[in-house]
Ligand binder design. Structure first.
Ligand SMILES: [Zn+2]
Length: 267
């Protein structure tokens, strides 16, 4: 049975609501809801087009919305943070919701996750083998990559890895990408991070939910010193090139055969 679309009874001088319940513009002519990449038909509870990321979510049918659970989940852009590994998912849930005396313990993590989750880029956390970088002094157990469509937070399950440590570290690099401090060059179909620097690694080591053992007990300056030698950064790789937070709202995601990044128009 089809349900009738919800309607509003309007009193005089009451402005018709311009936005639907997830904050997107209402389209009163077509009676379809704008959900970014797709239009949603209220009367059937289905989208008018298939989910562009349907290949990532084969367990769900391609016309569904928010994993068929709209009572508890919204999906404003159609692009979200997804966990493919149940251990990572439950570690995330615990970190995100942890409270002491009614105060969230991991506020930096919560703000970061919320920003990534509302982004127009899909972030996918997965367990996978991580290759080492020649010349780095220690083996890597996590990294962020891209295939030109999504950004992956890769955590290597073979190296005693923990989402709390490696996952939250890599998520900070994803946040740096969101801020325009990181881009990817696509080389042989693999997205290689550009513009890595002392600022980027020091922030990731300092703010991961559980610190890498090499970084426990170090202050900010000591973390920077350790990062500098561990990653062999030269003096041109000290600071972020750009901080473009004022332009973030006007950004566009750029996907080309060789580049995956974010463009910020000049104000
Ligand atoms: Zn890092």
């Amino acid at each position: 049975m089809l349900t009738k679309a919800r309607s509003f009874t309007l009193k005089d001088n009451v402005i018709f609501p311009r936005q639907g319940f997830i904050g997107k513009e209402l389209d009163s002519e077509s009676d379809l809801a704008d959900h970014g990449v797709r239009k949603y038909d209220y009367s059937t509870g289905r989208f008018m087009a298939i989910d562009p990321l349907w290949e990532e979510y084969k367990a769900f049918n391609t016309y569904q919305y928010a994993a068929n659970n709209p009572m508890i989940m919204i999906d404003p852009s159609g692009f979200t943070v997804t966990f493919t590994n149940s251990e990572h998912q439950s570690a995330h849930d615990r970190i995100y919701n942890e409270q002491v005396d009614g105060v969230y313990v991991n506020q930096f993590y919560r703000d970061m996750y919320d920003k990534l989750n509302s982004s127009d880029v899909s972030y996918i956390v997965k367990a996978t083998t991580v290759e080492n970088i020649p010349g780095m002094t220690e083996p890597r157990s996590g990294t962020i990559t891209t295939d030109g469509q999504n950004i992956y937070i890769d955590i290597d399950p073979n190296q005693n890895t923990k989402y709390e440590r490696e996952g939250t570290h890599e998520m900070i690099h994803a946040l740096q990408f969101e801020r325009g401090q990181e881009d990817f060059q696509l080389i042989n179909g693999k997205g290689v991070g550009q513009r890595n620097c002392v600022d980027a690694e020091a922030e990731a080591y300092e703010h991961s939910v559980v610190r890498n053992s090499d970084y426990i007990g170090l202050n900010t300056q000591e973390i920077r010193n350790k990062v500098r030698t561990q990653y062999r950064f030269n003096q041109n790789q000290e600071h972020f090139e750009d901080l473009r937070t004022d332009e973030v709202n006007q950004r566009t995601v750029l996907r080309t055969p060789t580049f995956f990044g974010i463009l910020y128009p000049k104000p």
